[in-house]
Design a binder for this molecule. Structure first.
Ligand code: HEM
Ligand SMILES: *[C@@H]1O[C@H](CO)[C@@H](O)[C@H](O)[C@H]1NC(C)=O
Ligand SMILES: *[C@@H]1O[C@H](CO)[C@@H](O)[C@H](O)[C@H]1NC(C)=O
Ligand SMILES: *[C@@H]1O[C@H](CO)[C@@H](O)[C@H](O)[C@H]1NC(C)=O
Ligand SMILES: *[C@@H]1O[C@H](CO)[C@@H](O)[C@H](O)[C@H]1NC(C)=O
Length: 386
């Protein structure tokens, strides 16, 4: 377990930077490509917020479902898999930061910075931010290791456990226990037991509509089962934030935009079939971090587990809070923990590589700044090669 003392030592000296993201711009006089270690890097540019943000039926005629082929990457995120199956991001499952951010706005009506932050977290931890490529599944020859192999000989893809992918998922096993990448019927069926107990009434009077009470029941069950079954169980602040956020997505993102209802057939279509439901509408207005965060707060208030992990005896122990001022809110704790698990070597880069890294960390910092205590940017300071 990380000791609080080691965190405290690192923070004031290396981590805290005034919030001053380097915004990459198309009109920047520096070239937009550059070669390092035989790879051609591309300057990442944050797309603008979409201007058409109303109700819209998804998919449109240009984005039919096509099942993935054997060489196409798919992984633990039902949203990324669905976007790839419909060609909103490349069907081979290898995408750039811009492609993911644009697809999140178009198909799910995510507000720009909220969506870009998730793309940034994953690009920085499991992608190649120099060439601007991320696998939505596992290791791919299309996403080479970072120049100089500064983070080890392979780039994992979002399915690689540890930095972002984590324990207590709704439909994937913990990496230590089994398959953390593919949909598991058994786990989904257990989630549906909670729906049966807590869900809202569907048209036939059965409990088939997901609500906050269902999400609370599901997360309590996921945590309880995995804490008991997985000696390496870890539910640190960044993972808690993501896990609750991902369950909140069912109500705020997967729900039909017209009725705001997340029904069993809709959730089943995304999770099981990784396809947009028939006759589905994206959210009627942009889904912001504040909107999804409000649902996360409701879940957190009802689930008593603090951020933490199992010790060598299999006993769950709370993690220490980060140093002040980052201890002032849970959101800031999660931001600190994400930076603590993003390789510090990324900051030590040059040229386009460094510009891309600083663009992505600036986006993370901008989203986090809504939380009390997150007054400063926390640059990545985690270990490499894990
Ligand atoms: C509209 C935006 C998004 C939605 C609605 C969404 C939805 C979800 C859901 C529901 C899960 C939970 C799966 C489970 O617990 O069984 C999940 C997991 C995951 N998502 Fe997404 N996601 C979104 C954006 C992204 C983006 C942009 C990335 C990366 C590029 C990403 C990467 C992941 C990863 C790595 C996991 C696995 C976490 C784990 O269970 O360990 N997601 N996502
Ligand atoms: C998944 O697809 C199959 C085959 O098209 C279909 O029979 C089934 O109803 C779909 N399930 C959901 C939950 O959409
Ligand atoms: C979404 O709501 C509209 C009515 O507003 C309905 O026609 C449509 O079937 C619903 N779609 C799904 C997937 O439930
Ligand atoms: C944060 O840390 C500071 C310094 O150790 C401490 O004085 C303060 O009470 C802590 N705040 C919270 C909310 O724990
Ligand atoms: C960054 O580079 C400097 C100089 O080469 C080195 O001393 C330092 O350890 C590096 N930091 C990280 C996090 O790799």
């Amino acid at each position: 377990m990380k000791s609080l003392a080691s965190l405290l030592l690192l923070v004031p000296a290396v981590l805290a930077f005034p919030r001053n993201p380097i915004l990459n711009r198309r009109d920047d006089p520096t070239p937009t490509t550059e070669v390092q270690d035989g790879q051609t890097g591309t300057l990442i540019v944050l797309p603008p917020q979409a201007t058409e943000t109303g109700l819209k039926q998804i998919p449109d005629a240009e984005h039919p479902f096509i099942a993935p082929g054997p060489d196409d990457q798919r992984g633990p995120c039902p949203a990324m898999n669905t976007l790839a199956n419909h060609g909103y991001i490349p069907r081979n499952g290898i995408a750039s930061f811009e492609q993911i951010t644009l697809a999140l706005m178009e198909a799910f009506n995510l507000e720009l910075i909220f969506g870009a932050n998730m793309a940034a977290n994953n690009m920085l931890t499991r992608g190649n931010p120099f060439i601007d490529r991320l696998s939505i599944g596992g290791v791919s020859p299309l996403v080479p290791p970072l120049p100089g192999q500064i983070d080890g000989p392979v780039t994992g893809g979002i399915a690689k456990h540890g930095r972002f992918e984590g324990d207590a998922s709704m439909t994937r096993a913990d990496a230590f226990i089994g398959d953390n990448r593919d949909f598991q019927d058994l786990l989904y069926d257990l989630d549906l037991l909670q729906l049966g107990k807590f869900g809202g009434d569907g048209p036939d009077g059965e409990s088939t509509v997901f609500n906050v009470e269902t999400l609370i029941g599901i997360k309590k069950q996921n945590i309880m089962m995995d804490q008991a079954a997985n000696p390496m169980f870890e539910f640190a602040a960044r993972r808690m934030n993501a896990a609750y956020g991902e369950s909140a997505f069912m109500l705020n993102v997967f729900a039909n935009g017209t009725t705001k209802q997340a029904t069993l057939p809709i959730i089943g279509s995304f999770f099981r079939n990784q396809t947009f439901p028939q006759n589905w509408f994206r959210a009627a207005s942009p889904v912001t971090g504040a909107i999804n965060g409000a649902t996360v707060a409701q879940i957190m208030a009802a689930v008593p587990t603090p951020p933490g992990r199992n010790n060598d005896q299999g006993v769950y122990v709370a993690d220490p809070l980060p140093p002040a001022p980052f201890n002032s809110s849970f959101g800031c704790f999660a931001y600190f923990d994400q930076s603590a698990n993003t390789p510090g070597v990324l900051v030590n880069t040059t040229g386009i590589f460094q510009k891309n890294v600083r663009l992505l960390t600036g986006i993370q910092s901008q989203l986090a700044s809504a939380n009390p205590g997150c007054t400063q940017e926390i640059l990545p300071f985690g270990p490499a090669g894990v």
